[in-house]
Design a protein around this ligand. Structure first.
Ligand code: ZN
Length: 121
């Protein structure tokens, strides 16, 4: 259940020579699962919040995928949707997270305590 956004998975690319050559843009196809994760972090977008939205959507994707924003371009397998106005969000659409990244939903089983232990004697 632990969500790691910054873990360096897939860090060990065996061809380290590429670091020395000129940087090449890597195109990453973003599948629906990642898009869904990103959508959950959004609060509004440039359409419904033109003053507050100042983060490009691909910046969110950088956080989720742990990619270098300077070297990565994204190709959305489907457009994300603004949770506020329901318009489409593409790679370069500005968005607003509103607040910090929300925690994972807790699965707490709040059992209704029908019989309380304060019986009158
Ligand atoms: Zn919106």
């Amino acid at each position: 259940m632990t969500k790691r956004l910054t873990s360096g998975r897939c860090r060990a690319a065996s061809d380290g020579d590429e670091l020395l050559s000129r940087p090449s843009i890597k195109l990453i196809t973003v599948d629906a699962d990642v898009i869904y994760q990103a959508e959950r972090m959004l609060e509004s977008c440039e359409h419904c919040n033109p003053e507050g939205a100042e983060i490009p959507f691909d910046n969110i994707l950088d956080r989720i995928t742990g990619s270098d924003p300077n070297l990565t371009d994204y190709l959305l397998s489907e457009p994300a949707k603004c949770p506020n106005c329901r318009r489409e969000i593409l790679e370069k659409t500005l968005v607003d997270l509103g607040r910090a990244i929300p925690p994972l939903p807790r699965q707490s089983h709040n059992q209704p305590s029908g019989s309380v232990c304060d019986r009158p004697e």
